[in-house]
Structures are given as C-alpha cells and as structure tokens.
Design a protein around this ligand. Structure first.
Ligand code: HEM
Length: 307
C-alpha cells in the first residue's frame, strides 16, 4: 500500500522511481564539463522532462484526487497525505508543493528504507543466533498475544542494533549525495580546491577497521549501550549523512524500518526456499540485495494476534 493506494498505483510509482534512479547512474558528460551541460548529449533531461515527470504528475494527481474524494471535513488525519492536504486547504500550501513533497518522500525514502529492511532480514537469516536473540527480546517485551507497536521500539535495543548494523555495513546510499565546497579545504593533508564535487564514501567508513572492531562481522550488539546515534554526531557512522543537509527523513526511517523488521521477526519463523547467498549486494548509487529473497513464513504468535 502507498498512501492508501492499491498495489497497481504503488507499482507504477516504484517503477518510475527505478527509472529515475537508473538515469542518475548514467555518465553525464555535462556534469564533467558544465559548459556542455545545456547540450544534454545523452538526452537525460529530455527523458526526465518529457517522459518521467508527466507520468509522475499523473500518478500523484490521481492519488491526491482519490484521497480528496474520501476525506471528510473535520476528520482526524490518518497519514501524511491527509496532513499535507489539510495544509493545502487551511494554510494555502499549493498543490505543486504537496506533489513535490510526496515525490521527495517517495524517491528518497521508499527504496532506501525497503533495502535496509531487506538487508536486516537477510543478515539475520544468515546468522540464526541473531534471529534467536531478537525473538527472545521481542517475546519478553511484546509477548505472543499481539503485534509489535511503535511504542515498543524503545524497549527493543537488540532489534534496533540489527537495523543500525545494517546501516553500517549496507548503507543504501553508499556515496550519499554530492556536495560542493565553496572554499578550499585541507583534510588529512590533502587540499580540496574550491567548488569540487565531493562524495563521502559512507560504505568504506562503515567497514574501515581503523574505525570499527571486527569491521566485516555483523554484530548488532555493538550498538547496545553505545553512544552511536544516526544524527551525524559520530563521523564513523553517518548513513544519513551529517550537518545541515542531513537526511530530513531519518527520524521517520528510524521508526518505520525497525518496526517492519521487528514485526517480521516477531510474527513469523522464516525458512529460506533457495540457496541464494543473502549477503551479496549490487548497485553504486543505491545498494540493494543482488537477488530477491525467497522465504516462507510460519506464524509464531497466538492466532488472535494476526487479526
Ligand atoms: C534508510 C533510509 C534512508 C537513508 C539511509 C537515507 C539517507 C540519506 C542521505 C545519505 C541523504 C543525503 C544527505 C546529504 O546531502 O548529505 C539523504 C537525503 C534526503 N533524504 Fe534520506 N535516507 C533515508 C530515508 C529517507 C526517508 C524515509 C525520507 C522521507 C520521508 C528521506 C528524505 C530525504 C530527503 C528529502 C533528502 C534531501 C535532503 C536535502 O538535500 O536537504 N530519506 N537521505
């Protein structure tokens, strides 16, 4: 479900996001030689403007229209789309701004969060003792008579550790977003001239043995009682970047992803249906599992908990 839409609309949006992401992977001569940018030699801007943007506007327009049809005056907001539409009605926020915000959330937040949840489950399946420890924690805190709730998350440090360890080893945006330095800077004896395009390799920092003990091992417990947060205060651990351009969605991601992972580990006993290695990753600008995971889930809670 995406903003209450059925699978088809969600699939269309995801397809458009994937198309946009694949365009951003193309080598663009205009980025290397800005004087030639306007020539759009690879036709990237043309595809964005003529093909992708109109489709995105159409799908988001339909989503907004459909929601407008079901919203009742004075009704409490059910999700962020309701909140945005209320701002549009009451505070004069334009429809273009609502669309832009939805688009930001979808392009920046959907695939990244999905990839981290998938890697968290894959790493847990590769290490059965991790599943066992997570389920012990979940049974102690939540029990087997109900599903996990958002307010349980503060009492689930080990599950939170699984997600943070995933972000350390598999940051979904391994190189972040390019930044530019307006002035020359000197870092570790190297001079970076003004106006360079600077990329921070978060993936390499996350696996650097100078920063982490047993850097190549997946150890969720390293984050229990540790000072490491994801707010950009520790430069060894910056999956959401740091400083004034830090990911605006990180508070949402750090609630939604642990909730998904906790729910999956708590609700089902998982069995792998194929021999695929679950650790391999592919991608450059965004990292994802190299192949889909084929699993079967067997309920482990009281039957009433699922309804
Ligand atoms: C695991 C999930 C996520 C990760 C690892 C992640 C990571 C990042 C990173 C590394 C940046 C670049 C920051 C920079 O320029 O230095 C970024 C930017 C951004 N993210 Fe996220 N993100 C995630 C989820 C989300 C979600 C759920 C949303 C929205 C609901 C979101 C919205 C944004 C936006 C709008 C920006 C651009 C911010 C700006 O340029 O000021 N992200 N994210």
């Amino acid at each position: 479900m995406l903003f209450g839409q059925k699978l088809e609309a969600a699939k269309t949006v995801v397809g458009l996001v994937e198309k946009t992401a694949s365009l951003s992977l193309l080598i663009n001569i205009g980025e290397l030689f800005p004087l030639m940018d306007w020539l759009d030699l690879h036709g990237i801007y043309k595809i964005m403007k003529k093909e992708i943007l109109p489709d995105i506007k159409k799908v988001l327009g339909e989503i907004i229209e459909q929601r407008n049809g079901t919203r009742k005056e004075g009704q409490e907001a059910r999700d962020i789309l309701d909140v945005l539409l209320t701002l549009k009605d009451d505070d004069g926020v334009s429809e273009a701004s609502v669309m832009a915000l939805l688009m930001d959330m979808i392009t920046a937040g959907l695939e990244s969060s999905q990839n981290v949840a998938e890697f968290s489950i894959a790493e847990s399946l590769n290490h059965p003792h991790i599943i066992q420890r997570a389920q012990q924690e979940l049974d102690a805190v939540v029990g087997r008579k109900r599903l996990v709730r958002e307010e349980d998350l503060v009492k689930l440090p080990y599950v939170q550790g699984i997600v943070k360890e995933t972000l350390r080893m598999h940051p979904p945006g391994p190189l972040g977003i390019p930044h530019a330095n307006p002035k020359p800077v000197s870092i570790a004896g190297y001079t970076v001239p003004a106006n360079c395009k600077v990329l921070v390799n978060m993936w390499a920092i996350g696996r650097d043995p100078a920063c982490w003990d047993r850097a190549e091992e997946f150890l969720p417990e390293r984050f229990i009682n540790s000072d490491y947060d994801v707010a950009g205060n520790h430069f060894h651990f910056i999956p959401f970047s740091a400083g004034r351009r830090i990911c605006v969605g990180y508070p949402l991601a750090m609630r939604s992803i642990p909730l998904v992972v906790a729910t999956l580990l708590h609700s089902f006993e998982w069995k792998r249906q194929d021999g695929n290695s679950l650790e391999t990753a592919k991608g450059l600008l965004s990292i994802k599992l190299a192949s889909k995971i084929n699993l079967s889930g067997h309920p482990r809670l009281d039957e009433s908990a699922y309804y």
